[in-house]
Design a protein around this ligand. Structure first.
Ligand SMILES: *Cc1c(COP(=O)(O)O)cnc(C)c1O
Length: 350
């Protein structure tokens, strides 16, 4: 009954087998190997265009390089106030590029077009203010919701009209694609995304994160910044072999589909039990639910793993009632339906 996070799970068997196979023999370092080249071709196929690919070790590094690498130091990065960038990266984006983050509210972890418009329409005050330079959207969001392609396109359109770049934090992008049925191309560059953090770690790799940039003229700049950040992994095939096997044959989407289904099963069961109230219908692989303290304690004591979550992330109208707290449950490609059902059985016994 592990619902702590999707990065508690190891890697899928297929990814591990590819990693073991890639271990054999000596090949050029720093991405000069055949597996990395194969991955680059595969990504170009999946994105339906040429793309620049920079593999890094962590999602924090991918985000920090991606959001700061292409803007001036006085440019501001706009994101949701609950964005991983803003709350879970120990100031790394500010450290990498010395850029100021500007955080917006919005229900279910999503930036709204009204909120973005209001910010972008503020009267410019010359050198006294930072200049909005990049909009970052998390897909799927930190609250387990998903932006529809049209929503991404609308927000990206507003940003582009004011000269901003658009970044997508895709630590759980596969989960969003499974939910919407959109292709990688439709959800990213066709909707106006300029640069993407494409995460494979949570979705079934051990460690494999990519920055994907759609303007090839920016690859060289990002390559220098990656090295300078200590993020150019020398035994590069260790990252690319995982990523390549993960993408092969739609494996990553099958894994995401399973994780989403487990979150759906959990949320449905909670609703049926009447003892836990999902804050909203999950759209990806995370369930946020209100539980009575006593029930949460009882479930923790029985061995279930899940975190209590700061309800401050919710808008005022989404706040829990008295005597209830907000808890987060994350499912992964490895979550077993039996474990979900065992959890639900315990919940119902309260
Ligand atoms: C997990 C996660 C990341 C990356 O985190 P690392 O621990 O640095 O790999 C980035 N964005 C979101 C939304 C995440 O959930």
């Amino acid at each position: 009954m592990q619902f702590g996070s999707d990065n508690w799970a190891g890697a899928s068997e297929k990814v591990m087998a590819a990693l073991v196979a890639a271990n054999a023999g000596d090949v050029p370092a720093y991405g000069g190997d055949a597996i990395t080249q194969r991955l680059e071709r595969r990504l170009a196929d999946l994105f339906e265009r040429e793309v620049g690919v920079l593999l890094v070790a962590t999602g924090t590094a991918a985000n920090s390089l991606a959001v700061t690498g292409l803007i001036p130091p006085y440019g501001a990065v706009i994101c949701h106030r609950g964005a991983h960038l803003n709350t879970d990266e120990c100031g790394a984006p500010e450290f990498f590029g010395s850029n100021k983050l500007i955080a917006l509210g919005g229900a279910r972890g999503k930036v709204t077009s009204a909120g973005l418009k209001q910010l972008l329409d503020r009267r410019p005050r010359g050198v006294h203010h930072v200049v909005p330079a990049l909009l970052s959207l998390t897909q799927s969001t930190e609250l387990g919701s998903v932006y529809a392609v049209d929503e991404v396109a609308e927000l990206a359109g507003l940003a582009h009209d004011k000269g901003l770049l658009v970044h997508m934090d895709g630590a759980r992008l596969g989960n969003a694609l499974v939910h919407t049925g959109a292709s990688l191309a439709e959800m990213t560059w066709q909707a106006g995304v300029d640069i993407l953090s494409f995460g494979a770690t949570k979705g079934g790799c051990l460690l494999a994160e990519a920055i994907v940039v759609f303007d090839l003229a920016q690859v060289e700049r990002l390559a220098f910044l990656r090295k300078r950040s200590g993020q150019l992994v020398s035994k590069h095939r260790i990252l690319s072999a995982q990523f390549d096997a993960w993408l092969d044959g739609g494996h990553w989407l099958e894994l995401a589909s399973h994780a989403n289904a487990m979150a759906g099963r959990l949320a449905e069961g909670m609703l049926r039990s009447g003892r836990a109230q999902p804050a909203f219908q999950p759209e990806a692989n995370e369930v946020f639910a209100f539980l009575a303290d006593a029930d949460a304690e009882r479930l923790h004591a029985a061995g279930a793993q899940f975190y209590d979550w700061d309800a401050d992330i919710l808008e005022p109208e989404e706040q829990p009632g008295r005597g209830e707290k907000l808890y987060r449950f994350v499912t992964s490609f490895r979550t077993l339906p039996e474990d979900v059902d065992r959890f639900l059985g315990l919940l119902a016994q309260g």
